[in-house]
Design a protein around this ligand. Structure first.
Ligand SMILES: Cc1ncc(COP(=O)(O)O)c(C=O)c1O
Ligand SMILES: N[C@@H](CCCC[NH3+])C(=O)O
Length: 436
């Protein structure tokens, strides 16, 4: 039996079927073309070139709305780092979400988008004096302090009453990649709960006349699958609230809600999160006899990841000893996630069906580790073919680089059959502008 004959029996149909849950809402196959937001992927590639990061506006907005509706008495803060783009920030604001930024640069995008300071939260384990000054100047409503040095510096810079939250490291292992597990002890983020540093930070902020402590913040990591990790976090954070003896009005649980990247992976159980975390919060607060704080969450990936699709053009096909390499016109400069976190992606060829064969999709960069995905493509895949890779809306544009002086792709928003760039393609002029 050949591999092609075996594929259907291991769940890899040769029929053109769209993998469930990975693609933007409403994405359909039209013959062998893919239609995203009512726009043909073949036409998008012809009009905007490749690589091209396509973003479905309706999916982004609908996920933002779902978060807001699931936490009606809380505050949903979009993690701006996951897709830094003024137009996306405008969509979020229009859907009633606040915004978190982690540098003066992200704040500049927020200002360009017209997001008012009272809807912005500033993060970062390092905030330079420029970051802090920009935040104070724009009236950023909450600054999440992350070190004793920063408390002193902000205390000296701030005018009376600057609202502050304290980032706490709760000691919760969120069971994710080590590079994005930020709730565990002995790392650069936050004040450790177990060591007593978090309690000390609360007292230091309270001592600063120019600062007003409004909340505690934590963020246990990214691509977190289990609601139980958040429940455990709530238990620990309420324990801290009870022991500090200071009124805490807001409890920010950060983001981290997972997105499915491969067929068969499930989405985060947002409804279960809302029920169970709210229940745990109420229970723990009653147990410790403290007022229930307002809940904040900061989703990034779970709102934008599945709204994004990257289109690549095949430039070469090469048979290795054990693998077939399909080399495309992008790579780790538009998607370093496989190299950074061993992230896995699905891939599909647009424009043709046929019996599928395992291939390794690689990029154009000078590293053997520049691998985008292991997937299944028609056996006759060749130069000139168009590929689509789903789940590229979060931390792709954000992490893109100019490695090998490759120009970064555009972000093209699609909606109701129309397409428009919300971030244009980088040009060689852009590249040359900074050299002296
Ligand atoms: C403080 C903070 N909040 C929110 C997020 C958003 O995380 P995610 O995109 O996984 O939802 C991050 C990134 O991990 C973060 O560092
Ligand atoms: N950059 C990471 C997520 C980091 C989250 C930010 N704290 C990723 O692509 O998965």
């Amino acid at each position: 039996m050949t591999l092609a004959e075996l594929l259907p029996s291991i769940g890899c149909s040769t029929e053109p079927v769209l993998e469930e849950g990975l693609w933007p809402d409403g994405t359909v196959l039209s013959g062998s073309d893919l239609v995203i937001g009512g726009v043909s992927a073949t036409r998008l590639a012809a009009r905007f070139g490749t690589p091209c990061q396509v973003l479905d506006e309706a999916t982004v907005r609908s996920r933002a709305r779902t978060f807001a509706a699931t936490l009606p008495d809380g505050e949903v803060v979009f993690a701006g780092k996951s897709l830094p783009c003024p137009e996306v920030y405008r969509w979020m604001a229009a859907e009633g979400l606040s915004l978190d930024v982690s540098s003066a640069g992200e704040l500049a995008l927020a200002r360009a988008a017209g997001v008012p300071g009272e809807r912005i939260v500033l993060h970062g384990n390092v905030k330079t004096s420029e970051d802090l000054k920009a935040a104070l100047e724009h009236g950023v409503s909450r600054i999440v302090v992350d070190s004793f040095d920063e408390i002193a510096q902000l205390g000296a810079l701030a005018r009376h009453g600057q609202q502050v939250m304290i980032r706490v490291t709760p000691g919760v292992d969120a069971v994710t990649h080590a590079a994005i597990a930020t709730g565990v002890e002995d790392q650069k983020f936050g004040f450790s709960l177990a060591s007593g540093a978090a309690l000390e930070a609360i007292l230091r902020v309270v001592e600063q006349p120019s600062l007003r402590l409004v909340g505690l913040h934590c963020h246990i990591g990214s691509q977190v699958r289990h609601v139980a990790s958040y429940e455990e976090t709530v238990r620990r954070m309420v324990g801290l609230i009870a022991s500090c003896g200071v009124r805490i009005e807001q409890l920010d649980l950060g983001g981290g809600f997972c997105a499915p990247y491969l067929p068969g992976e499930s989405s985060f159980d947002l409804f279960g999160f809302a029920q169970r975390v709210r229940g745990t919060l109420n229970y723990e607060c009653a147990l410790h006899r403290v007022p229930v704080p307002r809940l904040l969450i900061e989703p990034g990936r779970s709102i934008v990841a599945n709204a994004g699709v990257t289109l690549y053009r095949v430039c070469a096909v090469k048979r290795g000893v054990t693998r077939t390499f399909v080399a495309v016109d992008g790579g780790m400069s538009d998607n370093p996630r496989p190299a950074l976190y061993g992230a896995k992606y699905a891939v599909r060829l647009i424009g043709r069906g046929g019996a599928l064969r395992p291939v390794t999709v690689v990029g154009r960069h000078c590293e053997a580790g520049d691998v985008l995905a292991d997937g299944l493509l028609p056996a006759d895949v060749h130069a000139g073919d168009l590929l689509a890779m789903p789940v590229t809306g979060a931390y792709h544009h954000a992490l893109a680089s100019n490695y090998n002086q490759v120009c970064r792709p555009p972000v093209v928003a699609v909606r109701d059959g129309f397409a428009r760039p919300i971030m244009r393609r980088e040009t060689e002029e852009d590249l040359l502008r900074r050299y002296v």
